[in-house]
Structures are given as structure tokens and as C-alpha cells.
Design a protein around this ligand. Structure first.
Ligand code: ZN
Length: 149
């Protein structure tokens, strides 16, 4: 097993056990529901904007360890980012977990999110890892709901 997949396992376990920003935001500027019927993951993502900047972002819901860990890390990374930066990250993350971007050889803004390249070894988990990203993207674009199907 590669170092990256060991780290992947560790981080997933940690964030699943102790998810960051796992709470509701009252009166958020944006919110959306995300559903991954294949696995049963259901997330709600809340965003507060300060001008063009994500000043707060959180999530609630239930799902598998990967969907929760991914949502948890996403909220950590997105806080303080502009909407444009959030879009770039969404695009890079999505391309990485679908195998269209290799974080080992390409320059990205993904940082620690690169560990999610590990889901490529588990194709059924790709939608779990990307659910929170699709959901926050829907929220920022004013779409209230998104399904990975
Ligand atoms: Zn899942």
C-alpha cells in the first residue's frame, strides 16, 4: 500500500469520527441538499458569504465515512476562499476523483485534499467523495438540490 493510501485511511477515519464544521448555520446565505442514492449519503451544506468570500461553511446529514470525511475537509478548505477559488477547487477535485487529473504530476490548489485521489481505487466511492462538492457547488449557484445520479 502506498503512503498516500495509508494517509487516506487515517484521515478518513479521523474526520469521520470527529467531523469538522458539522453543524447547522442559522439563516445561511446559501444552502443545498445533496443525495447519493447509490450509497445512501444525504448531506445538507450551508454557506455564509461575506461579499464574494465564503466566510462560513458547514454541513449536516448522514452518510458513509468517505462522504462525511470529504465534507468535513471541504468545509475546512473552503472557509475564507472566494467563490472563484471554490469553483476552481470543485473542478480540480472532481477531475482528480474521476481520474482526469493526476495530483502527483499536475500543479493544483488541492493541498491536503489530494489524499482523496485514493478513492480511484474504489470506484463505487467516487460519488461519496464528491457529493459534498457537488452540493456546495449547487448551493453557490442557487440550486437547492443535487443528486449524484
Ligand atoms: Zn457513501
Amino acid at each position: 500500500m502506498s503512503e498516500l493510501s495509508e494517509l487516506y485511511q487515517e484521515v478518513i477515519l479521523d474526520h469521520n469520527k470527529n467531523p469538522r464544521n458539522f453543524r447547522e448555520i442559522e439563516n445561511p446565505d446559501k444552502q443545498a441538499d445533496g443525495n447519493n442514492p447509490l450509497c445512501g449519503d444525504q448531506l445538507k451544506v450551508y454557506v455564509t458569504l461575506d461579499g464574494d468570500t465564503v466566510s462560513d461553511v458547514s454541513f449536516t446529514g448522514s452518510g458513509c465515512a468517505i462522504s462525511k470525511a470529504s465534507a468535513s475537509m471541504m468545509t475546512q478548505v473552503l472557509k475564507g476562499k472566494s467563490r472563484l477559488e471554490a469553483e476552481v477547487l470543485f473542478d480540480e477535485f472532481h477531475r482528480m476523483v474521476t481520474g482526469k487529473l493526476d495530483p502527483e504530476t499536475e500543479d493544483t490548489h488541492l493541498g491536503k485534499l489530494r489524499i482523496f485521489a485514493g478513492v480511484l481505487e474504489f470506484p463505487a466511492r467516487v460519488k461519496c467523495a464528491s457529493l459534498s462538492w457537488h452540493t456546495v457547488n449547487a448551493a453557490l449557484n442557487g440550486e437547492g438540490e443535487v443528486s449524484t445520479e
